[in-house]
Design a binder for this molecule. Structure first.
Ligand SMILES: NC(=O)c1ccc[n+]([C@@H]2O[C@H](COP(=O)([O-])OP(=O)(O)OC[C@H]3O[C@@H](n4cnc5c(N)ncnc54)[C@H](O)[C@@H]3O)[C@@H](O)[C@H]2O)c1
Length: 446
């Protein structure tokens, strides 16, 4: 445990008039942290307030029992903008922090939303649960497999409720599609295709390094990532195209689609993974991650193909993103727009007939992000992680599989996973599972 986190815990426990035992089980720890009753108001702090962090906070603020009492960000302009956004919604300004660790010391905060770039999630989440907070953390849960495994361990040790922002899990079209896949009506499924073709994600033009904007604590933005001069390309939003902070579309969109694919197929880890791709479309742009990638995963009895492309929209089945389950009787296609079943045909008495009834395109009902937030609040209020639609264990499966795709791409090998040893058979691939923290930051010990 970092000395900082120990400090946070001790402060919290002293506030409650208690002293800290040497080692606590999740049950012991729960006894020290606030019990939430259904009638309670829930006080939220948000870490990383710009893009998705704010979308999540906004979704939670649609519930009257949710208050936003604190914001933490390293960019003062983001803090100021979101402070006014909260004021407009609720008539009260939250407290501002540039160091999230100080925010976690507030014993009145029950819940923390984490919307920072991927390279921060592990530290943010483990600091938050060890300070007794329930957490809603963005996907992919982390930037390395080692961090993913550690975050699961931390949830289990501290027993807090942790939801991952893979909100497709709360979309009704996905639930219906998964039920259909599990019914067996598609016949033997040989291949699951997942894809994200993102036309709106344009190439990132090369621009020179320069000073960080006024009001930005750039050192704290980098955190455990390697030290380097500021470049606007690697900052807000575009960090996703640089390996130090994220994993490109393979992890950014991969976790959403792979999550549904694996859940429907009832598997968690592949036998092998291979990947091929590159900067084929925009060889000279600034991004490091491939603009084009095909990753082939082998699971027991079927393959899964991940495909992505930036800058173009022409994905499979005329859609920019989705998951297709390809069976002997039919193909089921599901995405954010809805789901449908396209039957195979066979000839019976000289007539072409459908092997199963067609399911016409059916849209989801309601806003899945809002429903995901409601599901989290229900789990916190009931203090029951079993009702979460996307617990950290679920989020880790999608993130680990997506990270494996990038590891196969980086090694250029067909990599084999040893499920018993929880690692690859290749040492080059195993090296890429590890987290390397810089600038004095230490990988948390759980
Ligand atoms: N679930 C979804 O559908 C979805 C959609 C978009 C993004 N995301 C995820 O959300 C995360 C953020 O992505 P984004 O596009 O919103 O990024 P962003 O760059 O718009 O926002 C990140 C914010 O975090 C802040 N930040 C960075 N380091 C910080 C620190 N140490 N302490 C406090 N704040 C810090 C930045 O200043 C910025 O305001 C990513 O992990 C991304 O994958 C999820």
């Amino acid at each position: 445990m970092s000395s900082r986190r120990k400090f946070i815990q001790n402060t919290m426990l002293l506030g409650a008039g208690m002293s800290m035992p040497q080692f606590m089980t999740a049950a012991d720890f729960g006894a020290f942290t606030r019990k939430i009753k259904p009638s309670d108001q829930l006080n939220y702090g948000l870490i990383g307030c710009k893009g998705m962090g704010w979308s999540n906070m906004n979704a939670h603020l649609k519930m009257p029992q949710v208050n936003c009492v604190a914001l933490a960000d390293v960019d003062q302009s983001v803090l100021d903008q979101r402070t006014e956004d909260v004021f407009k919604l609720r008539g009260k300004r939250p407290k501002q922090y540039t160091d999230y660790r100080l925010m976690l010391e507030d014993p009145d905060i029950d819940i923390v939303i984490i919307g920072t770039p991927d390279h921060w999630h592990c530290l943010n989440m483990i600091d938050a649960v060890s300070a007794g907070k329930n957490v809603y953390v963005e996907k992919p849960i982390a930037n390395t497999i080692e961090e993913c495994q550690l975050m699961v361990k931390a949830q289990e040790r501290y027993g807090k409720i942790v939801q991952v922002g893979q909100w497709q899990r709360s979309g009704s079209q996905y639930a219906e599609a998964i039920d259909y896949v599990k019914s067996g009506k598609l016949g033997q499924i040989r291949l699951v295709k997942c894809w994200a073709y993102q036309g709106w994600m344009k190439p990132v033009p090369v621009i020179p390094n320069g000073p960080a904007p006024a009001g930005v604590d750039y050192k704290m933005w980098l955190g455990p990532a390697p030290k380097r001069p500021f470049n606007p390309n690697r900052f807000h939003f575009n960090f996703r195209w640089f390996w130090d902070y994220a994993g490109g579309l393979m992890t950014d969109w991969g976790v959403h689609e792979i999550d549904i694919a694996l859940f429907a197929m009832g598997v968690t880890v592949p036998k092998s993974v291979m990947a091929s791709g590159g900067k084929f479309a925009y060889p000279d742009d600034a991004s490091e991650t491939p603009d084009t990638l095909q990753t082939v995963y082998e699971y027991e009895g079927f393959n899964m193909l991940w495909e992505h492309a930036t800058g173009i929209d022409g994905g499979n089945y005329g859609t920019t993103e989705g998951i297709a389950f390809i069976g002997n009787n039919a193909t089921l296609v599901v995405n954010r727009g809805g789901w449908k079943v396209i039957p195979e045909t066979e000839t019976v008495d000289s007539k072409k007939v459908k092997k199963v009834a067609e399911v016409p395109h059916t849209k989801g009902v309601g806003n899945a992000l809002d429903l995901h937030a409601i599901n989290f609040v229900e789990a916190v209020t009931a203090n029951d992680p079993k009702i979460l639609n996307c617990a950290i264990q679920t989020g880790s499966i999608a993130a680990i599989n997506a990270q494996m795709g990038n590891i196969a791409y980086k090694t250029g090998e067909k990599v084999y996973w040893n499920a018993e040893k929880n690692k690859f058979t290749s040492s080059a691939a195993n090296d890429l599972m590890k987290a390397h923290y810089h600038n004095g930051w230490k990988l948390p010990k759980v």
